[in-house]
Design a protein around this ligand. Sequence first.
Ligand SMILES: [Mg+2]
Length: 239
Amino acid sequence: VIDIIAFDADDTLWHNETLYVRSQERFRQLLATYHPEERVLQSLYETEMRNLPLYGYGIKGFALSMIETAIRLSDGRIQSTEIAEIVHLAKEMLGAPVDLLDHVAEVIPALSRLCRLMLITKGDLRDQEAKLARSGLASCFSAVEIVREKSTDIYRTLLNRHGIEPQRFLMVGNSLRSDVLPIVELGGHAVHIPYHITWVHEVVDVHEETVSGYVQLAHIGQLPAYVAGLCGNKVQKRA
Ligand SMILES: [Mg+2]
């Protein structure tokens, strides 16, 4: 029996990494006059990783890391108009329309009629809440958790707080590192639905022989059949 199905948000329900890739490309072009282009993105990524403990995940931290990288790579010659362009890039990302992945608009409401759904996402509280509101899916979720990191410990705390047994919990997401492996470790069920781009930070080296206990689907449209198979008709009817 599954009591609750939890979903990751970015690149599971709506496109996200594509926004970052687009901004990185514009950032690379912006700095091209100051620095060899091939090292710009590596340098930006290193800055982001250094800043992660301070800023956490999300667009605002990404923007500060772009500015810091621009100042460093240009030896302080970057112009204020160029800094303004970076700020503008970040604001565009924050205001971007929420673009749902295929099948999400049908699958999430349908599953929400069968079972309690939860959203578990990491990142910036305000941005994630705003995206959920714009997605039109907010009413489908009986709980929303925006966490600082998706570690086994944080999932354990979260499941305890909601009184959920891991064996009755299913997590669905695009990141093996954040959405799948911690849940497998806790003894829960997990479904991995890869997105066509994975942020380097989320890449893990997994050999399928060594990790079992999760299922990979090609797209979220396949999820209702998987859930039906997993539960028979024993999905906990939504209260
Ligand atoms: Mg994700």
